[in-house]
Design a protein around this ligand. Sequence first.
Ligand SMILES: Cc1ncc(COP(=O)(O)O)c(C=O)c1O
Length: 369
Amino acid sequence: MAEREWILLNPGPANTSRSVREALVMPDLCHREPEFFEMMRECRERLVRLAGCADRFAAVLFTGSGTAAVEAVVCSAVPRDRAVLIVKNGVYGDRLARIARVHGIPAEVLEYDVTTPVTPADVEAALRRRPDLSHVAVVHHETTTGLLNPVMDVARVAARAGRRVLIDAMSSLFGERLDVDADGVDFVMASANKCLQGVPGVAFALGRRSALEALAAQTPRSVYLDLHGHYVTQERDNTPFTPAVQVLHAMRQALLELEAEGVPSRIARYAENARVLRRGMAALGFEILVPAEARSSILTTFRLLPGLAYDPLHDAMKRRGYVIYAGQGDIRTYAFRVSNMGTLTPRDMEGVVEAFRASLAELRVGVRL
Ligand SMILES: Cc1ncc(COP(=O)(O)O)c(C=O)c1O
């Protein structure tokens, strides 16, 4: 374990505040006692309030990584006699398709390359062609590249066609604007350890109450990932399985801190982080993979410079205290990722750029040093 704190430029788990980390150390607590239920209730209520969808939505918590919430929603929401339309333009769209496949859910996949957002008209056409598609599943922020999909436009065409939308907003909820309560949206999935700035171990789904209640009529495909089972039990101030008590306690603290900062201010801070990073990296000669109009303000994929491989760059940055992140799949050979979520500030991002400058000098790479 390093003595110093790393600056994490991977897209979660992100840097957290000291108070969030300290919240992990708490008196031992039984998860069937009122003190735990109160904490769980508070987390669930704060989540929907901060997401701007209180009253009509409920938060359902899962102990697990983010995929637990995604898999729970996909395997619970799509009825046994219906199919799901999946948007795939990165690793996490592909994961949605894998989840459908594993659970035997018929799926149609709308595929784009990793730098192209979904075209809502394609969704509309697919829904028109196949009346058996009950849901559209789409990733808001493809963490593979930093690509934003126009999920609100997707929701609009889906609602018009009488279908429902499931949004994987794992790496964007509270970091990018998202109208969770938009017409057509039934479920939004995310986790504690990304833009919420908590620690890993708890994922959650924000579900429209009417959609959650309707699940009562369906036979679950999973025991642990039964969304309705978790929902009704948590509504009764209980939990079907043993939850990550301490992680939830840290999440409660992270929610308090998000409330204090304010969601719009957090979104603005991330956007400024991205601006400082991109301006500095451009001056060093780095180009961005995703076209400007489709970029998030949370993660940037930069092309590697001629003569620069990922591993030496990673190691040079790590020696300076900064952890960058490889591209997924074959992207690793030509690009790498820098996230700016977590407690990082624009000033930290100036430090990131300086560390890149020093790393390039050490590696004797670069055109504009
Ligand atoms: C968009 C998206 N969906 C799903 C996941 C899966 O999360 P986890 O690795 O926590 O299971 C991630 C993780 O980075 C993600 O970025």
